[in-house]
Design a protein around this ligand. Structure first.
Ligand code: HEM
Length: 128
């Protein structure tokens, strides 16, 4: 009866320790850790997570208003003014539904980035 579960597998294919010696593996890991720490003494802790910079807030004037074309504004004036902060804020839920479902603009749906920007503006609290 074989000692290793892998005994009947094709030779050399799956053994954990055959391709590279266990000691060599440890050495490789040690060197990787040293590299990750820029050569400083290795430490057993995981490397610190990179701290994400604070996400910049999305504002109507800078980010949202430019999402709309003159054409969008003109065609939608019967219902709201897409260049007006107050009106876009008031209708934000409907506008988000329209663009994220692809219903609007009817001559070509928004790219995901635009939808994400608009959604973030809503989530961030409608900065002017
Ligand atoms: C509550 C959200 C919205 C509703 C209910 C709505 C509804 C409508 C309706 C009923 C029309 C006229 C009929 C049609 O052409 O399908 C229209 C046209 C249009 N809408 Fe909207 N819309 C909304 C949001 C938007 C937004 C956010 C945009 C732009 C980002 C937009 C862009 C357009 C354009 C460009 C047209 C004219 C299409 C063309 O004639 O080529 N709409 N919309």
């Amino acid at each position: 009866m074989g000692y290793h579960a892998n005994d009947r597998a094709s030779p050399g294919s799956g053994s954990t320790f055959s391709a590279i010696g266990f000691q060599d593996r440890r050495r490789t890991t040690y060197l990787r850790v040293r590299l990750a720490y820029g050569g400083a003494a290795p430490c057993t802790r995981e490397p610190a997570q990179a701290v994400a910079p604070p996400a910049t807030l999305v504002s109507f004037g800078v980010d949202v208003r430019p999402l709309f074309r003159e054409k969008d504004r003109n065609r939608m004036l019967f219902r709201f003014d897409l260049f007006s902060y107050d009106e876009v804020k008031l209708n934000a839920r409907d506008i988000l539904d329209a663009v994220s479902s692809g219903r609007m603009p009817c001559d070509g749906p928004w790219r995901t980035e635009k939808i994400v920007t608009f959604r973030r503006w809503v989530d961030d609290g409608f900065m002017a």
